[in-house]
Design a protein around this ligand. Structure first.
Ligand SMILES: Cc1ncc(COP(=O)(O)O)c(C=O)c1O
Length: 412
């Protein structure tokens, strides 16, 4: 495949207009505006009535993403099956993911979920040679459950657990990773507590011992700079629901170029074939690049939405989003400390990302009461989860802090 996005076997893919709504950019011309907060709020209708601080669960819906869904439906109405265009959209998504990861499109598979990406990765492992899979205690359930499912193939699963302050010490990874280890899973940011792991340091240890490394970055992509090659990991996975401002049912898997072509997923499908339209059922001949981790028919409506959502993130610029959210989170953390509340997420900016978790004595009541005041947040493990994004402003944080002050009895 090329950077402009074409798939061998779709002869017309290049002839389809790539930019029907003017928000799809070739690799070199994404223009970052750095516009955050008040400057972008008009794009998100929900912000007219709510303090929406829930990007860790679902990013806010924008006019642009709604228009993308409508474009998909209008094209279907007007032309029936627009297969060439749909496939071109999937390639546009691959290219957008690759830009966000500072990688090449040839290193990115378009998936429906982290689950698909993780399943593809473990299906390619030789667990006979290296039976151990190491996972951090901060992995999302899908990563932990797929790892444990490999016990049926003879794998031994080892957990590394948090120590003081909820931080998983690098020493714990040192101890767990050995010459029998095939894969280390270290999520970039804990969905439960907001802790940010030192993925580059963990990758260095794993590689020293010949193990591969997967960083589930769903809680990071779109909100913090993620340079997959610079991190030194082998796989990065995530999706579009949260900080990429789009829909469920679209994700990505970055596969480090050097690993190809030796890594052969046995979880596969016809869109992973080297020549999709050969339609040959007599062998397994996967694509030479990371498309070998694609699977079946692409999730077309989600791809329309995903490309639109990612365009909003790219136009703002991830560095601007990261700086904006860091400031809002510092304001939030200072405010909670003033209330004598307990912030579970580390205060040190290098140890946190966009998600801040606050300990609560009755988090379900707290989330419900805040929702009653138009403040949308979520909960995990008894903690309140607050996740700001490019569209949030200081007033959102202050509104939340005032509501928490009025419910001090619900904070731990
Ligand atoms: C860290 C993390 N990984 C994975 C997922 C979801 O995985 P999947 O795309 O397989 O549903 C989520 C949230 O939904 C998440 O927060």
């Amino acid at each position: 495949m090329s950077d402009t996005g074409s798939v061998k076997g779709w002869p017309c893919a290049e002839s389809v207009p790539i930019d029907p709504q003017g928000y799809d950019h070739p690799v070199s011309t994404v223009r970052e505006t750095g516009r955050v907060g008040a400057a972008v709020r008009d794009e998100f209708p929900i912000l007219a009535s709510k303090a929406y601080l829930n990007a860790c669960s679902q990013g806010a819906l924008s006019h642009r993403v709604r228009a993308a869904y409508e474009e998909y439906l209008a094209g279907w109405d007007a032309h029936g099956a627009e297969w060439e265009h749909w496939v071109e959209r999937a390639e546009a998504a691959r290219t957008a993911f690759s830009r966000l990861l500072h990688a090449s499109p040839a290193e990115v598979a378009v998936t429906t979920s982290v689950s698909q990406g993780m399943s593809g990765v473990v299906s390619a492992l030789d667990l006979g040679a290296r039976p151990r899979i190491v996972i951090s205690d901060y992995e999302f359930p899908t990563v932990g459950q797929i790892a444990h499912a490999q016990a049926l193939r003879g794998a031994e699963i080892v957990h590394v657990r948090p120590g003081e302050g909820g931080i998983i010490p690098i020493d714990a990874f040192e101890e767990a990773i050995d010459e029998r280890t095939a894969l280390v899973c270290c999520t970039t940011i804990s969905y439960r507590t907001g802790h940010r792991q030192d993925v580059a340091a963990i990758a260095a240890i794993a590689h020293e011992r010949g193990a591969l490394v997967l960083a589930d970055s769903y809680q990071a992509v779109g909100a913090i700079t993620l340079d997959a090659p610079a991190l030194g990991v082998d796989f990065v996975t995530g999706g579009t629901v949260k900080y990429l401002l789009a829909s469920a049912g679209l994700g990505f898997l970055y596969v480090r170029e050097g690993l190809l072509p030796d890594l052969l997923p046995t979880q596969t499908g016809w869109f992973a074939d080297e020549d999709i339209f050969r339609m040959d059922i007599s062998d397994y001949s996967p694509a030479a690049d990371a498309r070998r981790f694609d699977a079946g028919t692409p999730p077309v409506p989600n791809i329309y939405a995903g490309v639109a959502g990612m365009s909003l993130v790219e136009e703002t610029g991830v560095a601007a989003i990261e700086a904006h959210v860091r400031e809002l989170n510092s304001r939030l953390i200072d405010g909670v400390v003033e209330l004598s509340g307990t912030v579970v997420t580390p205060n040190e900016p290098a140890r946190r990302g966009p998600l801040v978790c606050i300990a609560s004595l009755d988090v379900e009541s707290l989330v419900r009461e805040l929702a009653g005041e138009g403040i949308v947040v979520s909960s995990r493990d008894g903690n309140l989860r607050v996740a700001a994004h490019l569209y949030n402003v200081e007033e959102d944080v202050d509104r939340l802090l005032a509501a928490l002050a009025a419910r001090r009895h619900l904070l731990a």
